[in-house]
Design a protein around this ligand. Structure first.
Ligand SMILES: C[S@@+](CC[C@H](N)C(=O)[O-])C[C@H]1O[C@@H](n2cnc3c(N)ncnc32)[C@H](O)[C@@H]1O
Length: 511
């Protein structure tokens, strides 16, 4: 491995994920739930942006000035191509964290985000990042950080050791790295088939291996085959940030804000008996056996005042981003499947099904007579946001300013979908973030933009693109083989797209 990689797995590119937690508006809503003020975010930075989908969606769809870096040249080149397509001024560098931190042309930031970085880098790079947070995050500024957590990964630590040992001692150096990764997984299958004592004491290892089989090899390579792979306890990260004036505020996953999905009422009562907040959070991770955290921290946080709270209730709008027919009244989290009360959720969903943005106050007023208390309504909105079927709406001026940028980016992304199904998100000037749109829907959309209005034409166009590249439609996890099956499914998807999705994408400013 050459020097610049610093032990990071750079032989193949990473996946093209989109992470809404990196959207400063998403952070604002989370912090508001904890009564903590969020600054007006003007400048933001993403460290290790990977293929750059999140940073580009956020830069194109908002008026925030975005910066970022990733040291893999092909990924940065792709990210810069997306930026050129949207025409947005975003500074995407191909620097290592160390060189990026030394740049003199960076402003101070209101928001810094890093997703899927912290656990996969060396201590030296962690020190660079901590120093960057100290110097470049403004007081009141927000940090989003995600990382692999203990105790959730405890059973896997030794197996991962075995995997790295396999790579050093047994992998065939003539093979492509992805082939080596697959061979290593096959080795683990053979190993577990012998019923080793390790698997008897750690039975969950078998489930982990099963889930690895379902994952993209690019993801597996980056997740498990770096030199550094270091899940941490919550208290470790508190130690790391000790000198930064950052305070942990809350999870970036809204469903963790509400009791009853991840911890039982008995566990909640136990946690409430612990006075030290850091120790309480650690015990919480043991309750959930948490293996990943998505967290917001704030530098020198301050409480929101009454005016700020009132302004959010009066002005912050929300919108449904999924047809009601697709919203299940269940949540699946650490405690398993939990049913949502129809008396609370049905009226909210019915009201919001016209895809009109509304504030909490407006929802409250329009639902008068439905005997919903404000607390239930508020919690209902947080849950629907957490489930990913609702999004906050950004300020109207930003919407107008960003429309042309999102159009440029979306046209580029839809064009990509002709050849691959890597990217399943488009950018919305209404929400300032990404909206899930599948490859087939992107192809329909592209044909729609070319002026075709009949579902028959969309189907023909999509099938032409898919079959030209040897791709098939996947239905409920199964690949459809014959052209007839593919066309039948495309017809049903096109009908749904015309009836359910297109009206929604129009409101979201994507069409
Ligand atoms: C697991 S990927 C996550 C990418 C992206 N944040 C995402 O979640 O899609 C880690 C990324 O960090 C980048 N990276 C790792 N070490 C780095 C370093 N020292 N300097 C800059 N980028 C680095 C890699 O190139 C890779 O794209």
């Amino acid at each position: 491995m050459s020097d610049w990689t610093e032990g990071y797995f750079t032989d193949v590119g990473y996946t093209f994920g989109y992470y809404r937690e990196l959207n400063p508006l998403h952070a604002k809503i989370a912090l508001q739930d904890y009564n903590v003020a969020c600054p007006e975010v003007r400048s933001a930075c993403e460290l290790g942006f990977g293929q750059g989908l999140s940073v580009n969606i956020h830069a194109a769809a908002s008026t925030v000035q975005w910066y970022g870096t990733d040291f893999m040249p092909e990924q940065t080149a792709f990210a810069q191509k997306m930026a050129a397509a949207s025409g947005v001024h975003v500074q995407l560098c191909n620097d290592s964290f160390e060189s990026f931190a030394k740049r003199k042309d960076l402003p101070d930031f209101d928001f810094i985000g890093l997703h899927g970085i912290w656990s996969w880098i060396s201590n030296n790079n962690r020190r660079v990042i901590v120093d960057f947070l100290k110097k470049k995050l403004k007081p009141g500024g927000v940090l989003y950080i995600s990382y692999n957590t203990l105790p959730g990964w405890a059973d896997f630590l030794s197996l991962r050791h075995l995997m790295t040992q396999y790579m050093v001692s047994t992998a065939d150096p003539r093979q492509h790295r992805l082939e080596q990764v697959r061979e290593c997984i096959a080795f683990l299958d053979r190993f577990l088939a012998t019923n080793p004592g390790f698997a008897l004491v750690n039975p969950n290892i078998r489930n982990r291996l099963k889930s690895m089989h379902k994952k993209d090899a690019h993801y597996l390579a980056h997740e498990y085959f770096n030199r550094d792979w270091y899940p941490m306890h919550f208290t470790d990260i508190v130690q790391w940030f000790q000198s930064t004036q950052l305070e942990y505020i809350c999870s970036a996953r809204y469903l963790y804000h509400i009791n009853g999905f991840n911890i039982s009422s008995e566990q909640e009562a136990f946690l409430q008996s612990i006075t030290d907040p850091v120790f309480r959070e650690s015990v919480n991770d043991f309750m959930i056996n948490r293996q990943f955290r998505w967290d917001y921290w704030v530098k020198e946080p301050r409480e929101m005042n009454k005016k700020e709270r009132e302004s959010i209730l009066q002005n912050q709008q929300y919108i449904l981003t999924m047809p009601v027919s697709e919203v299940s009244l269940q949540v699946t989290e650490a405690l398993g499947k939990v049913d949502l009360e129809p008396e609370i959720y049905k009226p909210i969903l019915e009201l919001m099904s016209d895809y009109q943005p509304r504030t909490l106050r407006q929802i409250e007023e329009e639902l008068q007579g439905k005997t919903l208390k404000f607390k239930q309504l508020y919690q209902g909105i947080v849950v629907l946001l957490g489930k990913g079927c609702m999004e906050p709406v950004q300020a109207e001026e930003s919407m107008h300013q960003t429309k042309a940028q999102t159009e440029g980016l979306n046209a580029f992304l839809c064009n990509q979908s002709k050849a691959s199904n890597d990217i399943a998100f488009l950018s919305s000037p209404l929400t300032g973030g990404g909206i899930a749109v599948s490859r087939v829907e992107q192809l329909f959309l592209q044909n729609f933009r070319q002026g075709q209005r009949e579902t028959q034409q969309w189907v023909e166009y999509a099938w032409q693109q898919l079959s030209a590249g040897g791709s098939k439609v996947v239905k409920e996890g199964h690949i459809l083989n014959s052209p007839e099956e593919n066309l039948a499914e495309l017809h049903s998807l096109a009908a749904r797209f015309a009836k359910e999705r297109l009206p929604m994408l129009r409101v979201l400013g994507i069409v």
